[in-house]
Design a protein around this ligand. Structure first.
Ligand code: R5P
Length: 297
């Protein structure tokens, strides 16, 4: 990699990118975007990238397809204008839940998205807590960034030391365990069963013992809120009285935020990997730390 590193921040990661820029103090290449009357998206880099390396930051948050097209164009424009190495940071990796063929006739969309990003010219890719390891195997040169520390910091500063941390799904257990260790708390998980045809969810007790402790329920993604609400109901039945809900990537579709609030969540945390009115935690420091540790900077 070269000595000159610049940052290109896509519109889906405007505030996270700004934070990362100010933590790193690197020169930023501004991006102009517009939409054509027929709905197609146009991007233009407003700075010289010839002979430099770039950190390109763009989330694939909703609208996913639009933001993917913008990311592809940012990478391609960087390369087309003489840029050298493109290091891409994807705060939220869309299509990651379709990480394999579950039913005949399907396609593993996560792998297709990876191919497209590499075909556009990405030399290496950093992904913040993608849905699964398997989802990002399509990227040949990749790192995964764990942002649990940002959540632990919030919870330690807000009276949740030694709280009970629960994963609403066994697949999310490692994250919950990491958080529990960081705040010196207990750890448990709920067993989630999802119907592959209908997408419907049911939950049963996995390993749970909340008693009346403060409880944190943490998942990677909240989309419709169905998973979290099922787990909250189970937790309340088991005696949890004070439940804070957290997710790395808050999509909050179908009025999910209000549904979770109405279910009795004491607070709802979601990070700026998906920027919205609901994102209230920044993972910029975790990203910068990880990039330094992996010698990307
Ligand atoms: C799926 O396995 C993920 O980890 C999340 O649990 C899921 O995407 C959440 O979706 P929803 O909020 O619609 O239940």
């Amino acid at each position: 990699m070269l000595d000159i590193l610049k940052i290109i921040v896509g519109p889906a990661s405007a505030s996270l990118g700004k934070r990362i820029c100010s933590l790193l103090g690197l020169e930023r290449i501004d991006v102009y975007t517009k939409e054509f009357p027929d709905g197609e998206v146009y991007i233009r880099l407003l700075g010289d990238v010839k002979g430099v390396d770039a950190l390109i930051i763009q989330s694939l948050s909703p609208p996913q397809d639009r933001n993917l097209l913008i990311l592809l164009q940012l990478i391609a424009a960087f390369k087309a204008n003489g840029g050298e190495n493109a290091s891409v940071v994807i705060p939220y990796m869309a299509y990651a839940r379709q990480d394999r063929i579950f039913l005949p006739g399907e396609n593993a969309s996560a792998h297709l998205v990876a191919k497209m990003i590499e075909a556009a010219g990405a030399d290496r890719v950093a992904l913040v807590e993608p849905h699964s390891e398997h989802a990002v195997q399509g990227f040949k040169n990749r790192i995964i960034i764990d942002v649990t520390r940002s959540f632990a910091k919030y919870y330690l500063e807000n009276g949740f030391k030694e709280a009970y941390v629960v994963a609403p799904d066994k697949n999310a257990a490692m994250r919950a365990r990491r958080l529990a260790e960081m705040i010196n708390g207990g750890f448990g998980w709920v067993e989630k069963i999802r119907d592959k045809e209908t997408g419907g969810i049911s939950s049963s007790e996995g390993e749970l013992n909340p008693r009346s402790r403060k409880t944190i329920l943490i998942d990677d993604i909240i989309s419709t809120g169905g998973t979290i609400i099922e787990a909250m109901r189970l937790l309340k039945m088991k005696g949890a009285s004070f439940i804070s809900v957290a997710c790395v990537h808050g999509l909050f579709v179908e009025n999910a935020y209000n549904k979770i609030k109405n279910e009795g969540a004491s607070s709802i945390l979601s990070s700026d990997t998906v920027e919205s009115q609901y994102s209230n935690i920044s993972v910029a420091e975790d990203i910068v730390r990880a990039l330094r540790e992996k010698n990307w900077l």
